[in-house]
Ligand binder design. Sequence first.
Ligand SMILES: [Zn+2]
Length: 680
Amino acid sequence: MTNRPFVALTLFAGALFLPSSSSAQAILKSALKPERAIRRDIPPTNMIRRAFAAGTRDSTGRPGRNYWQLWMDYTINARLEPATSRVTGRESIVLHNNSDSAMRTIVMRLDQNIYAANVPRAEQVPDITDGMKITRLSVNGQNAELRTEAGGCFPSNRSGAPAAPLTAPRATGLGLTSACIGLPTPIAPKTTAKIEVEWNFKVPHVEGGRGLRMGTWGDTLYQVAQWYPRVAVFDDLRTGGWDTEPYLGTSEFYNNYGRFDISIDVPAGWIVGSTGVLQNPEQVLTAKARERSSHVLESDSTRTIVGANERGPGVSTAAGDRLVWHFVADTVSDVAWGTSNQYVWDATRATIPGGSKIPVHILYLGGHASGYASVGQRTRHALEFYSKLWMPYAFPQITVVDGPDGGMEYPMFIMSGAGAADHETGHEWWPMMVGVNETWYGFMDEGFNQYMNILSAQDSRNQPRNVDGPGQAYGRVSGDEREAPLLWDANYGGPMYSFQAYGKAPMMLSMLGGVVGDTAVTNAMSDYAKAWRFKHPSPWDYAFFMSSALKQDLGWFWYYWLYTTDAVNGSIQGVSTAGTKTTVTVRQDGEMPSPVVLKVQFASSGKAIKAMANSRMTDSVTAIVTYPVDVWFSGSRTFKATLDFGGRKIEKITMDPFARFPDKDPTDNVWPRAAASALP
Ligand SMILES: [Zn+2]
């Protein structure tokens, strides 16, 4: 318990509060209380306490000895009618209850209801539809009572006590994005349940503007996602197990892993791209398209599988009235698809480290050819670069589709043009391979992705990695009362949701690199990705894992970045020289501590420069001197750094020269101060 001394001091100060003058109290307080009490642990919340107690997670940050997660087997048949924009589906889900408890309920996600009128949402939607209509739902062969309104999974009397036990499953909240099925018989641990559902919905029209992660352009192009009723995550973290967060539109998803066998029935002449691997090319593709596809893995060049002038049944696809496209995806958390009678189909390949070559499929409208010209190359670079950075891409293909959403990700499937291809491909690592809860902790997918996109862009330009800047820049944001801390449920992230989910994590990781080195950060993140591959890490697992992998007690770092909106706000207060020694007085006005890093620039001639133990020379007249964060743990806001380089005249000192530590005003980091105003 590292912060206990501060608690003791505070109590001591309190005990000395006598009925004396307020100025005497102030003197006592300033003498006995630290100027800044630095918290150095990662405070547990109830959910992580429960997981530790159950042994499902522990302080190594790795999955615990009792870790478990559900598995799903989905078999889905869906039919699209372009004339009405309606998708009609039926599915069979085998829920594997791998948990340690019996399930009395099943929570289902009906995300399509976000388009219905009178549904809570945080985003404007491009179209109001009648939502997701469930026409039949059964559990283990027993038909459920279907209720649109919410009202609890179980009937209860006025005092809330359960009424008579159910005799049949009871589905409530079918008009909302999160529905609940009460079960007459619980699903015992280590057993399965079979859920069968029939449903339909109208794909929302998007006239101009952007779709909300899906939609249709007229009756010729469809991006279909959030399209089948799916079982919510039941994990070891939530009270009661089920994740019951509504889909409000801004925050994204949290899904179980499983196997999907999907059959999509569309008119002949419509090309379908989907999560998974096409199982029946001989039934849906022309011989010409199959022949062209057979050469995709031979080189990095882009081949046309179906060209802009090849339209209609028997030309863009196999002949017929309607065709059923059959895809299988194993160990994925979701499936999405796109279809159009106007899609041009290009393909190229990516070479995943380890040697496997996979196809990159690109489906776009002929009129958008220029916007898609570099998609193959960008997607390939992302797949290859992130495979090396974190761990190899695990899926057998990737498909990029044009449509109303130009920046959304699903397993093996992204809705994107050239601009977002790197970012959306990056999501194949988080959340697709590392199954984080995006709804609550957007920073663990969007934020980490933004950080790696910086590295990928530099790599694609053959530039060295450089994440100087973002860490310091957080100081200009800190203090904004609209900012929710990273651990705050991003589903309710408020006006600064984008900053919370996307903007802050690259700043955090820039600072972490300033503490431990950037290569150490990416190596530890790579190990974290491998440890949680196809599992569900929490932010606590991540923080504990990183501290362990980096072999440092980084509790202080995680506390301030995850739990607070505090900054460092450092400055150089003064510099004095006596003999060969120069004393630099550094101050931190913020609540977050940081190491002290000083760039010392010497005169070009004079006495020989003698290195200090905590210094390194970057050229013959420049030294970087580093003091660890520990110098602040005594509680003072000022620290005197004594430099002794043998007496060579010091011309300039810059604190935080790599711009890693959150600072509202970096101009006071420079001595002499005049040097700051002289900066260009
Ligand atoms: Zn994203």
